[in-house]
Design a protein around this ligand. Structure first.
Ligand code: SAM
Length: 214
């Protein structure tokens, strides 16, 4: 879904940073070989993630939902030299694909892959994070917030993807099988009302929220 006219959207992309060659290759291989390639962050959102990470200059980064590793590599661009990026995904078929690109990127030694359910893995990570990207199953966004908030440093940032869900967050009735839309509506309200964070929703791609821990 385009939140601004497609022509203007193209202009925005054309006047933003180019996509690095390795990420272009990763994206191409994802579209050729992996199911649901539209899940990948992509050129423009990737440059936004990279820019935010460079502004934050985090020591430790946590990502929930690695997929093929595109957003992890964008976030890694801002990490401190001795920092670590921990990224979690439940799909074991993606692990080798991710590692190939992590190692090719120069950030390989700083990136730690975790395989399994994020809600089980996060409590075992004994770290404080300065930047957290939530981009996994929408039904658990509120649960992810509740398990990560005490692991986020003061002044640290949570980025949450797909918070506008193609505009469906405006709906008031849902199909029985649609569990994502009500979960995202609940999550957006949680971020707005929780006094531990200040939050701004950006209408980028499918909606990207920035929340800063006060
Ligand atoms: C939208 S994709 C992530 C895209 C990636 N962040 C990017 O921008 O390239 C969501 C990922 O979350 C993973 N996922 C879904 N449920 C999960 C869970 N409970 N724990 C960990 N990962 C999960 C899926 O396997 C999928 O790879």
């Amino acid at each position: 879904m385009h939140f601004i006219p497609e022509e203007l959207d193209d202009y925005v992309v054309a006047h933003s940073e180019d996509e690095p060659a390795l990420l272009r290759q990763l994206s191409r291989e994802t579209y050729q070989k992996i199911l649901q390639p539209r899940m990948l962050s992509g050129h423009y959102q990737g440059r936004v993630l990279s820019m935010i990470s460079k502004l934050v200059n985090p020591k430790n980064i946590l990502e929930i939902g690695t997929y093929t590793g595109y957003s992890a590599l964008c976030l890694a661009e801002g990490i401190q030299k001795d920092g670590e990026l921990h990224t979690i995904d439940i799909n074991e078929e993606l692990v080798d694909f991710q590692r190939k690109y992590f190692d090719a990127s120069g950030y390989g030694k700083q990136i730690f892959q975790h395989l399994g359910d994020a809600l089980e893995i996060i409590p075992k990570l004994e770290k404080t994070f300065d930047l957290i990207f939530i981009d996994a199953d929408k039904e658990n966004y509120s649960n992810y917030f509740n398990v990560i908030i005490d692991k986020l440093s003061t002044g640290g940032i949570i980025l949450s993807d797909n918070v506008l869900w193609s505009g469906k967050v405006l709906e008031t009735t849902f199909k029985k099988e649609d569990t994502s839309t009500p979960a995202l509506i609940e999550y957006n309200a949680l971020l707005k009302n929780d006094t531990r964070v200040e939050t701004v929703v950006l209408p980028i791609r499918d909606g990207l929220t920035i929340s800063r821990k006060v």
